[in-house]
Design a binder for this molecule. Structure first.
Ligand SMILES: Cc1cc2nc3c(=O)[nH]c(=O)nc-3n(C[C@H](O)[C@H](O)[C@H](O)COP(=O)(O)OP(=O)(O)OC[C@H]3O[C@@H](n4cnc5c(N)ncnc54)[C@H](O)[C@@H]3O)c2cc1C
Length: 631
């Protein structure tokens, strides 16, 4: 047997004696949003369960973290029973709260865990993972009673940070490809408004939660934010407290037996064996979208589909760290890419992830088979029994800006060219742009025709949106119209989504970069060099949550221009020296101010010079390497 522990920040494996203090079927680390459900469900299925939680209550982000509201996610599963009981307890004993009452929910979870027979321990943390080869067989942990070594047949890592997986030496990934940046964290405060307890989030910074010093600094800085520490509270809402758990949206993600990626999703490659369906939009809180993946920019910048919600089937393999036995993950560190991590993280779905992990653990123990070999046909009835997996559900898209009688309007991709043309001619063209992308080459001739006709008839939207669709397909015929959009500094914001729509001018810059259009280079350099030459965003382009002032508008234009220049340099090696020199020149200006605020908050500004420099230099070093490696 080996024990894998962290010493001064480094994971070290040493031999250990095979004696254990106790033995469980299932150990759950972290009794938060996902972990509480995992522990309760596993115990209800007759498993002997140990729960280890470092805080002093259950529920994690949803209780101590003050994230009390639900934002999408799918219905069904045992969390609904917990929420019903929470509502009853609140009505009987608590001050009314917005969303699901955090204090009442902790009690309900504790009661359910105790009734089911979970042996749970607060103020307790993981010290090490006990392993036999690649199989996890136990946990070394400590709590108020001191250090214990507990054996298990399956360990569920629901720490939200894949902490156990990292200790067990599993491969993990973090943040976006270009620079590893995760989503911003929030400071969450609890307030009293009338007789109601409410929680308020302020996106306030970026942190790598695996770096303990950075995390402590973020907690302190977030507690001292001027947004809630006003000199005097004269009016309601009154401040009750800063919650004890920092609002971390994204951290380590495991590399699992199966990874669910946004790229696969938009290419319509889905799992046919879901544990449950996750449901939300691509809810990335960052504003520097020019540094996100092309898949994300195609979707949110060109098509403006930020507000299109979708269901994603979540497979078993996304819960199993690759190459391990006896280990599962539940909660927000599933095997996803960074793009989808913005969507597959909502509380309803994370609770389902915990429940599904418990079902997997139970079945593998009952059958004595590996987690990787679980027969789906035997797992499915367990998932369906509680509603964790809804029968007859499939992949669907809902337009969150269009209310229908029961929730939001279901949208289908368009296939009829006449309908696509009609929507491209309007101010809400996103579904048509994406529908055209799906049809690809089949629709290219029509798009070219519409573009030419519209130019003659001066039908601006049809001409420009057809060009954007064509650009997304990769057809160079779009280039002249896209150049025109850039040259005009077109500030029109198509209203496809309920918010966070993107300006057409920089969407065109992005596309010209993708199309490697070298003629646009001088225009892009003009944009960089003259921040004052951009027109204002007209007041009717109601987009202040994304672009709150002219500095932010400049950052958007500049960041898209830089990324387009780098892509053009990728495609035209003869331009690399001049592009590199021009960008370095621009970034070297002492007076350069690149600043953005966080979504929903105009108060906190974030300086972007260093990040932009880092991204540019990384890209340019790739160019130097390709020269030195040339034969
Ligand atoms: C600011 C913010 C706003 C959000 N808004 C919404 C919203 O409006 N609606 C919505 O549905 N979702 C929202 N989300 C998303 C959602 O709240 C989270 O993604 C989800 O709750 C994460 O669940 P989890 O189980 O992975 O992590 P958590 O709920 O954080 O649980 C992890 C648990 O593990 C424990 N733990 C960690 N490390 C250890 C260790 N080493 N040993 C023992 N215990 C450990 C922690 O104390 C915690 O209890 C929001 C998230 C944030 C941060």
């Amino acid at each position: 047997m080996m024990i894998s522990e962290r010493w001064s920040g480094q994971v070290r494996q040493t031999d250990c004696a095979p004696d254990l203090d106790d033995a469980y079927d299932v150990i759950v680390v972290g009794l938060g949003t996902a972990g509480a459900m995992a522990a309760i469900r596993a115990a209800r299925l007759g498993m002997r369960v140990l729960g280890v939680e470092r805080m002093h209550a259950m529920g994690g982000a949803g209780t101590l973290g003050g994230v009390t509201g639900y934002y999408f996610g799918t219905r069904g599963g045992i969390y609904e029973e917990m929420d019903r009981q929470t509502a009853e307890l609140e009505a009987a004993s608590f001050l009314k709260a917005g969303g699901v009452n955090a204090a009442a929910k902790s009690i309900v979870l504790e009661r359910a865990a105790a009734q089911a027979g979970v042996d749970f321990h607060y103020e307790s943390v993981v010290l090490g993972v006990i392993m036999e080869g690649r199989r996890v067989v136990g946990l070394r942990w400590t709590g108020p009673l001191g250090i214990r070594r507990s054996g298990c047949r399956v360990l569920i890592d629901a720490s939200g940070e894949a902490e156990v997986c990292a200790l067990a030496g599993c491969e993990t990934r973090q943040g976006r490809d270009i620079d590893g940046q995760v989503q911003p964290f929030s400071n969450v405060v609890q307030r009293l408004s009338g007789h109601k307890v409410v929680h308020h989030y302020t996106d306030s910074g970026y942190v790598d939660a695996a770096d303990p010093e950075a995390l402590s600094r973020a907690i302190v800085e977030s507690s001292l934010l001027e947004t809630h520490l006003k000199p005097v509270y004269e009016e309601e809402p009154l401040l009750l407290k800063v919650v004890p758990q920092l609002g971390l949206r994204e951290g380590r993600l495991i590399v699992g037996e199966e990874t669910v990626t946004f790229h696969d999703f938009i290419e319509e490659r889905y799992s046919g064996q879901p544990l449950f369906y996750a449901y939300s939009n691509l809810d990335n809180h960052s504003k520097d979208i020019a540094f996100e993946s092309e898949a994300q920019q195609d979707w949110t910048v060109v098509a403006g589909l930020w507000g299109l919600n979708f269901t994603v089937p979540i497979p078993m393999g996304s819960h199993i760290p690759r190459g391990t036995e006896g280990l599962l993950v539940a909660g927000r560190s599933l095997s996803l890419d960074h793009d989808l991590a913005g969507c597959i993280r909502m509380k309803r779905d994370m609770q389902k992830s915990g429940e599904a992990a418990a079902d997997m653990a139970y079945l593998s123990i009952r059958k004595g088979c590996s987690l990787k070999e679980l027969p789906y046909e035997e797992l499915r009835p367990l998932l369906e029994e509680t509603g964790c997996l809804e029968r007859d559900k499939g992949v669907e898209f809902k337009d969150s800006s269009m209310p229908a009688e029961h929730g939001y309007l279901t949208r289908k991709w368009l296939t009829d060219p006449a309908e696509i043309r009609q929507e491209l001619a309007g101010t809400k063209p996103g579904i048509a742009i994406w529908s055209a992308r799906r049809l690809g080459g089949q629709l290219a001739a029509e798009l070219r025709e519409w573009m030419a006709e519209a130019a003659e008839e001066e039908e601006e939207h049809l001409m420009k949106h057809s060009a954007m669709a064509l650009g997304l397909i990769g057809d160079p015929a779009a280039i002249p119209a896209l150049r025109r959009i850039v040259e005009e500094r077109d500030m029109f914001v198509p209203y496809t989504s309920r918010k966070y729509n993107q300006v057409r001018g920089y969407a065109a810059i992005y596309l010209l970069g993708k199309l490697r259009d070298k003629q646009i280079v001088p225009e892009l350099l003009r944009i960089l060099r003259d921040p004052d030459a951009l027109p204002d965003l007209p007041p009717e382009e109601r987009n202040w949550e994304f672009i709150s002032d002219s500095q932010e508008l400049y950052f958007q234009y500049a960041s898209y221009s830089v990324m387009a220049l780098l892509r053009i340099g990728d495609g035209h090696p003869e331009l690399r020296d001049s592009i590199a020199a021009a960008i370095r020149d621009w970034l070297g200006q002492p007076e350069l101010a690149l600043r953005i605020s966080f979504k929903g908050s105009r108060v906190i500004k974030y300086a972007m010079q260093d990040r932009t420099r880092m991204i540019v230099e990384k890209h340019l070093s790739g160019w130097s390497r390709s020269v030195s490696e040339a034969p």
